[in-house]
Design a binder for this molecule. Structure first.
Ligand code: G3P
Ligand code: CA
Length: 383
């Protein structure tokens, strides 16, 4: 629902802000026949199902969007590793969940950047902090990444300061290196963040992203990467630039994508999840990435209710369904899967994953790829 012509700040903007509160072993994977985990040149249809997408890397165990987080996810056996992209002042694409780097870097401890602290409106939300578009890449590289939610993930703070903010090109080189070492392609799931906002600043994301995908041979239909955005126009633009598969992300039902707000398109997510909306999406994308509550809504107590028909309706349009986000901690789980009273303790993540997998989803974004992989293996064994 819009309020005063602006999109209501979505649930994801809350989870994306600082409010949120074993590597080395390849696990047994569930699979389909064909190119498991992208071996050879199969398409996204050949990935194991349910596909485990490491959300911001193995962000349950390492500061998100660092090479350390991506490496651990890959070592755990995640099928796909996620990146969120924002630009620098000089047009480089870097991996951060949002352009506000206050909560995920040590920028506040750099006196030379104190004057860059500012307040701006991003997609209709007022934010105060430091923003990637106000820094050159060279300046950003002087910062170190840190854990976003130290109150919930204290153990991850052990790794604060260990890694810099990676550029997307560094990730592509890392994936190339890891792919050669493992004899298979490394799948990525790449999100354009705030694309309309950045285009308005003269920092369009899609063209430099397409250039990099072409440079690293990841632009074709069977390329080992999904592209994703909450703004459908970004995926339509990508469809004109490259052939790699595209996923439209869907926030809460009463929200409007920011590009719709800017273009005066009155449709909300509630419209997009109807068969007509899904048919429209299928005209330029291969999948949807819905908030989990669009698949099984919660009641007032936070318990899971009756599933919607979204998975079936999306499949009827030929769309794969990659919902977000599963996390092991009680605070992020449906109320019926929490265990004990400590919000940071793990709840019954296996039980929740099983229930979501039973809805027929094709993949899942998870901060804990090892947990999701075990649940996917259990599910594949018993279905
Ligand atoms: O892109 C899938 C999922 O990551 C969407 O949520 O806000 O974590 O980017 P967010
Ligand atoms: Ca994302």
């Amino acid at each position: 629902m819009t309020q005063g012509g602006q999109a209501k700040p979505g649930r994801r903007s809350v989870l994306g802000a600082a409010v949120l509160g074993a590597g080395g072993v390849t696990l047994g994977l569930p699979g389909t026949a064909g190119a498991a985990a992208g071996k050879g040149h199969g398409s996204y249809r050949d990935l194991p199902v349910p596909t485990v997408v490491a959300h911001r890397g193995a962000s349950g165990y390492r500061p998100e969007h660092t090479i350390g987080s991506y490496q651990l996810a890959l070592d755990m056996g995640a099928h796909v590793i996620e990146q969120d992209l924002v630009p620098t002042k000089d047009g480089h694409l870097v991996c951060r969940h949002e352009n506000d780097i206050t909560g995920t870097t040590d920028v506040a401890a750099h006196p030379e950047f104190a004057s860059r602290k500012t307040t701006k409106s991003v997609d209709g939300v007022s934010l105060t902090g430091w923003f990637t578009e106000d820094f050159t890449l060279a300046e950003l590289k002087t910062l170190r990444a840190k854990e976003r939610i130290p109150g919930t993930r204290q153990e991850n703070t052990l790794y604060d300061g260990r890694w810099t903010i990676p550029t997307f090109e560094e990730v592509l080189r890392w994936a190339e290196h890891e792919g050669r070492a493992r004899g298979r392609r490394i799948w990525l799931h790449v999100e354009t963040k705030h694309p309309t906002y950045f285009r308005g600043l003269g920092l369009g994301l899609e063209e430099p992203l397409a250039d990099l995908l072409r440079k690293y041979g990841r632009h074709k239909k069977n390329a080992p990467n999904f592209l994703q955005s909450f703004e459908p126009s970004s995926m339509r633009r990508m469809a004109e630039l490259v052939a790699a598969p595209r996923v439209v992300l869907l926030d809460a039902a009463d929200t409007r994508p920011w590009d719709f707000v800017q273009a005066g398109d009155r449709r909300t997510v509630a419209d997009l999840v109807k068969p007509e909306g899904l048919k429209w999406i299928a005209g330029f994308a291969q999948g949807i990435g819905p908030w989990l509550d669009l698949i099984i809504p919660k009641d007032a107590a936070g318990k899971l209710g009756r599933p919607t028909t979204l998975v079936r309706d999306a499949h009827a349009q030929g769309l794969v369904v990659h919902p977000y986000t599963m996390r092991n901690e009680n605070t992020f789980l449906p109320a019926d899967f929490r265990r004990g009273t400590d919000p940071a303790a793990y709840g019954d993540a296996f039980g929740a994953l099983k229930l979501y997998f039973e809805q027929g989803i094709d993949g899942i974004f998870s901060d804990n790829p090892d947990t999701a992989l075990l649940a996917a293996a259990d599910f594949a064994r018993h279905r």
